[in-house]
Design a protein around this ligand. Sequence first.
Ligand code: HEM
Length: 210
Amino acid sequence: MANWTQTSKELLGPVMSVETWLPTEMPEYAQGFMYMLGSLTASSFVACVGSGIVLAMNGAASWSYNDAMRFVAATHFWSVQAFFFFMMLHLWRVFFTGAWRGGRGMTWVLGAIAFLVAVPTAFTGFLINGDLYSQWNAVQAKDGINALGLGWVNLSNAGQMFGMHVVVMPLILTVIIGAHITLVRLKSVVPPYPTGRDAAEPTPVGKGGR
Ligand code: HEM
């Protein structure tokens, strides 16, 4: 008979195993810089969340208090630039290596969703600056959101945008990125497209199966 503990053990076993998270060998083709772009995206995200936590702890206007806080705010801004820069390069790499092959479709879909969620996460950050630029953006985007029938998303409500930017969106993004990287660990990195005689062979299914 089905048993929750047994089912959880079977499902979580491969996800939590030391083999999955601390592999001691890497395929030859995954050693190049192109295969570091995902990790650079993830590292920029960590820097972004870390600096964001310091900003949030000190209060919405704290970025202007002193040099130390201006440094934290600059770190937050530049880590977002790095995050999107590396994510785009990573997206090109996974596109040109056909990284959805061999049972990696869900890894691809989660990456694409991470991208789609990252854009409004950054946008809500612009909206809580409070300057003329952010107020102008809020009012213009509110018209667009209203036209979509999503009136409850009030972009001119700074409190709602603060909660979205500081809590809701980063949490959603963290879960999606976590699931994306978990799938990469379970399925491993895609082998290069076969060439010559091997070209007729299908891509071998990733570690852990479909
Ligand atoms: C939030 C942004 C993202 C992060 C942090 C991230 C992170 C990673 C990491 C660390 C890897 C391991 C291999 C490598 O580093 O190249 C990877 C692989 C992969 N990523 Fe992403 N990724 C992101 C966005 C995307 C996007 C936008 C797509 C595509 C729409 C995507 C599709 C894939 C696929 C299919 C793989 C697995 C196959 C392979 O590595 O060859 N990712 N990702």
